[in-house]
Design a protein around this ligand. Structure first.
Ligand SMILES: C[S@@+](CC[C@H](N)C(=O)[O-])C[C@H]1O[C@@H](n2cnc3c(N)ncnc32)[C@H](O)[C@@H]1O
Length: 259
């Protein structure tokens, strides 16, 4: 990541407008995105009423972190992402939440990323990010998350999940397409137009930055690994009460408690 040293956060950008554009773009693909965030907040409130430290991995622009900071006034959020251009938007949350939010540019594929944290977390959360890792990286990550959580702490991941059955997967995808067609706001950006407009606003070639950051990327399947795979790996890595807490066709919130 050394090559990004010369790249700095530009001034005089309306960061709030980019937060909104990112959220609208993501909602095009995830009709139930906001509901997923609500569910994560509710589960944390119910299971970790004394929570004070939460880690958001693959935080992007900080959409989920922002929701947690608003709804849980006693928590501090530690936000991790590899992409500096995403974290520049997250940084704008500091104006509102000051030292309740800490930001780290780290690569979750790098086995040493967790060394940046010395105190345990009450919850580790993530949204639509971990399918960017392959099965081997994800298994290692689950082990690391277990080490970062306090005893009884919770891991919750909202992400794409596949099915072991192609027929069921086909059914889920058809349901997702139907929901998208009902809920879609075609006035918002799609993935490509968001990045092309954001690049122009930053006066940077974000594609080039992404090619550099993800040059060795061997991600998992775009549709996600089967839910049963995640459940098995979490149990093997010392999580208990592993469960699917919510599901809407191709997306789910799953996780478990650190024993
Ligand atoms: C689709 S975005 C989701 C962002 C945010 N969680 C949300 O729900 O809006 C996926 C995020 O995962 C991040 N990401 C992907 N691979 C990563 C890695 N190896 N280490 C850290 N972050 C990563 C990307 O940079 C991106 O910000």
């Amino acid at each position: 990541m050394e090559d990004l040293k010369g790249i700095t956060r530009p001034e005089s950008i309306d960061w709030d407008s980019w937060t909104k554009r990112w959220d609208q773009m993501q909602e095009r693909y995830l009709a139930e995105r906001s509901e997923r965030f609500n569910q994560i907040v509710k589960i944390i409130k119910a299971t970790q009423p004394e929570a004070s430290r939460i880690l958001d991995i693959g935080c992007g622009t900080g959409s989920l972190s922002q929701r947690l900071l608003k709804e849980l006034p006693n928590v501090e959020l530690h936000c991790v992402d590899i992409d500096p251009t995403m974290l520049w938007i997250t940084e704008s949350l500091k104006t509102k939440f000051e030292d309740r939010i800490q930001i780290y540019r780290l690569d979750l594929r790098d086995n040493s990323w967790a060394k940046n944290f010395s105190l345990p977390f009450d919850a580790v959360v993530s949204a639509t990010a971990l399918h960017w890792l392959n099965a081997c990286q994800l298994n290692t990550l689950y082990q690391t998350i277990g080490q970062l959580l306090c005893s009884g702490g919770i891991f919750l991941n909202a992400d794409h999940v596949g099915s072991e059955s192609l027929k069921i997967q086909k059914y889920w995808k058809a349901c997702r397409e139907k929901l998208r067609s009902i809920e879609n706001n075609n006035a918002s950006d799609d993935w490509d137009s968001f990045w092309s407009s954001y690049s122009k606003a930053l006066k940077l070639d974000v594609n080039k930055i992404h090619n550099h950051l993800f040059k060795d990327r061997e991600g998992g399947p775009e549709d996600g690994l089967p839910l049963s795979w995640h459940v098995d790996r979490l149990r093997e890595n010392g999580f208990s009460m592993v469960d699917c807490f919510w599901r809407c066709n191709c997306d789910a919130i799953y996780g478990g408690l650190k024993e």
